[in-house]
Ligand binder design. Structure first.
Ligand code: T4K
Length: 397
């Protein structure tokens, strides 16, 4: 490690960039063998054996009857929103990836942004209650960073007001709440298998549900609105997953328990390596929640650390640790929503904005070594030690 931080003129700690979101690539030989089988049988897409197997495996992991695999989670959300007949207003957290909001608006539904509980980063049911109007048709929760949302309170709220409840579970396959797997909550949930996700199929997504009728509509709509015998029964699109994607997804899912262990190990190592660094707090799961540890998220308390999140992120980036700061700004502060004529949120959303300004994501996953975790911890310790100089350098850049 260079004697000086890169932001203060030293050589970068890492020669190659350390990415957040480096894909976890499972057993390459098995993946390639499955892809070769698909090529040999000349069945490349449209409900081939690999997609069918992947759907069975995902449904089993989620503890539900139905899984419809698709080309990505954004399209899966759109198909679900349409198949569920959502309209009017849907309440969702602003503290999420923009796709959660966009897919609603894309389908002609008004997203109404709700604040979060800063302890969990998840939707605050008390605020959600205050946002319900006679136009509200559903709640779309998000299991942020793999931490299960407050499902019991959201169930009760939805039941009380006759609303439907869905989850954007893009981050959360492999997580559970009181022993119940994510994927089995609400009326339906949506997983993402994007390359940067915990379980990846290059690009991919899925709707999982126990609702037979909803599953049938989703399945039909993702295949041009066709059903048995290719009879067209509704408007639809082409959202199918390919066999190549399913091959990667199957092998990735087979590796899930191992990956959770690797990630948990990194999390523990970060906890040890960052212990005692003033103002740097590693976020941990709430009691009752088990998480996939897909993300390592630290919160920077600027007055205590003596350096703010943005300056710390700039210093890490200069040392080639390409950290990310999801989700800042929250969706409600992005151009389409801040300027839209529709009713979205009574601005501001103080907890969303506060948490968004404090968090930073650190590298984890199967591509990251324990030695690299130790180096990142050592860097953070030095950045905090040199807080004043780092803050000044970041302000100059
Ligand atoms: N809901 C939620 C809550 C979500 O977080 C997401 C997606 C969705 C819905 C929609 O799911 P999908 O439609 O994508 O299935 C990334 C991902 O593209 C996106 O999937 C993810 N959430 C979001 C949080 O992050 P970007 O555009 O900010 O980052 P990206 O993909 O360019 O790459 C991030 C880092 O990963 C880079 O530093 C480089 C590294 N990387 C990336 C790729 C693709 C690699 O090393 N290799 C790669 O192949 O959105």
């Amino acid at each position: 490690m260079s004697a000086e931080l890169a932001i203060l003129g030293g050589a970068p700690c890492f020669d190659e960039p350390l990415h957040i979101g480096r894909p976890n690539v499972p057993d390459e030989r098995r993946t390639m063998a499955l892809i070769q089988q698909a090529i040999d049988r000349r069945w490349l897409t449209a409900f081939g054996p690999l997609v069918k197997q992947f759907e069975r495996d995902i449904a089993a992991a989620a503890g539900v009857k139905h899984c419809v695999a698709m080309c990505n989670a954004s399209v899966a959300l759109q198909v679900l929103i349409r198949a569920a007949g959502l309209r009017g207003e849907v309440i969702l957290p602003s503290f999420t990836f923009i796709a959660t909001a966009h897919t609603l608006l894309w389908e002609g539904v008004t997203p109404v942004f709700c604040d979060i509980d800063e302890k969990t980063g998840n939707l605050d049911p008390a605020h959600a209650r205050r946002l319900i109007t006679d136009r509200t048709t559903a709640i779309m929760g998000v299991h942020l960073w793999g931490h299960p949302a407050p499902t019991e309170e959201l169930d009760a709220l939805a039941d009380e007001h006759g609303l439907r409840l869905f989850y954007d579970s893009a981050h959360a396959i492999g997580s559970s709440r009181h022993g119940r797997p994510v994927g089995s909550f609400g009326h339906a949930e949506v997983f993402s298998f994007h390359a940067t996700k915990f379980i990846n199929s290059f690009e991919g997504g899925a709707v999982v549900t126990d609702d037979d009728g909803l599953a049938e509509r989703v399945r039909s709509m993702h295949n041009y609105g066709r059903g048995e015998g290719s009879v067209v029964s509704s408007i639809g699109t082409n959202a199918k997953m390919t066999e190549v994607a399913a091959a990667m997804g199957i092998v990735s899912l087979e590796n899930m328990a191992h990956l959770i262990d690797v990630n948990r190990g990194h999390h523990t190592r970060y906890a040890e390596g960052l212990a005692g660094v003033p103002g740097v707090v590693l976020r941990a799961p709430l009691p009752g929640n088990r998480i996939n540890h897909q993300y390592v998220v630290v919160e920077i308390d600027e007055p205590v650390a003596g350096v703010g999140r943005d300056a710390l992120a700039a210093a890490l980036t200069a040392d080639n640790v390409l950290v990310r700061t999801h989700f800042d700004p929250g969706c409600h502060r992005t151009a389409p929503y801040a300027q839209a004529p529709q009713r979205h949120a009574p601005l501001p959303l103080p907890h969303t904005e506060a948490l968004g300004s404090r968090v930073v994501m650190l590298p984890t996953g199967s591509e990251v070594t324990s030695a690299q975790v130790d180096q990142v911890c050592a860097l953070i310790r030095r950045i905090v030690d040199r807080g004043e100089a780092v803050a000044a350098a970041a302000a100059r850049n």
